[in-house]
Design a protein around this ligand. Structure first.
Ligand code: NAP
Length: 252
């Protein structure tokens, strides 16, 4: 555990999977972390306790990152508990069951884009308001978790998910240029197939191992392998990197 830097990191969907790994590694690197969750309070509490036991600082906040009110609640909690924001990881994201485009319902698309695209863009705006040197902030780093699906397209699985992450890639490029002179770096990461609960939520719990043969390195990734890339982009080793989108996908 490194000495605490005082810097504050907010991770949406920090309670499980990739987000939880980011929170653990960031806390170990000295960040004070705000762990957001939407349904699984126990997972968020257990993770925060584990971080505190290891000498780190963590708080949890409930909030739906796919709604305006939820995002307001998440950022208010950061203001109240920490009074500053230095890093923001736009990590909350969902898939849905495999379906062809011709069979999509309107409700499916609304949920997918509300959480993966609209919420992520709105939340990044809330982070910019707090970080921008043009608005009285101290600067900061934003990392958007996209997906290799944005490049591959996920035909027959979830083209809508791929499209929602394609929006995030374009957003990453645009926002990085908009705030480059406001002390904020904005980058994206495209995970490949990572072994988390997200596949079960899409109805195929063993999807990661089922598709391993499609990955050049012939195995799914571990959430820690995404978190390591996030920690690099957050770090002082990445001060000239902005507007980049890094594939972390075992070559896929
Ligand atoms: P996961 O295991 O399903 O975990 C999802 C996390 O997001 C949980 O902490 C969950 O909170 C939270 N969450 C879901 N909906 C939310 C909402 N509306 N508001 C706030 N939090 C919400 O997912 P993951 O695999 O770690 O995925 C994390 C990110 O990586 C997502 O953006 C995903 O699209 C992206 N990604 C994943 C993969 C992969 O293969 N795993 C590949 C490419 C990209 P609760 O615990 O409260 O439910």
């Amino acid at each position: 555990m490194q000495a605490m830097s005082g810097k504050v990191l907010l991770v949406t969907g920090g309670s499980r999977g990739i987000g939880a790994s980011i929170c653990q590694k960031a806390a170990a690197a000295g960040w004070r972390v705000m762990i957001n969750y939407v349904t699984n309070a126990n997972a968020a509490r257990t993770l925060a306790d584990e971080i505190r036991t290891n000498g780190g600082a963590a708080e949890i906040v409930h909030g739906d990152a796919g709604t305006e009110e939820g995002i307001a609640a998440i950022f208010s909690a950061v203001d109240e508990k920490f009074g500053r924001l230095d890093g923001f990881v736009n990590n909350a994201g969902v898939v849905d069951h495999y379906s062809e485009v011709a069979d999509y319902s309107w409700a499916r698309l609304e949920r997918m884009f509300a959480i993966n695209s609209i919420g992520a863009i709105f939340a990044a705006g809330a982070a910019v308001k707090r970080m921008s040197t043009a608005r009285g902030g101290q600067g900061g780093v934003i990392i958007n978790i996209s997906s290799m699906a944005a490049v591959i397209g996920s035909p027959g699985q979830y083209v809508d998910y791929a499209a929602s992450k394609g929006a995030i890639d374009a957003f990453t490029v645009g926002l990085s240029k908009e705030v480059a002179m406001q002390g904020i770096r904005v980058n994206g990461i495209r995970p490949g197939i990572i072994d988390t609960d997200i596949h079960a939520s899409g109805g195929i719990p063993d999807r990661a191992s089922q598709l391993a043969h499609l990955i050049p390195v012939q195995r799914p990734g571990h959430p820690d392998e995404i978190a390591d890339a996030v920690l690099f982009l957050l770090s002082e080793q990445a001060t000239y990197i902005t507007g980049a989108i890094l594939n972390v996908s075992g070559g896929r």
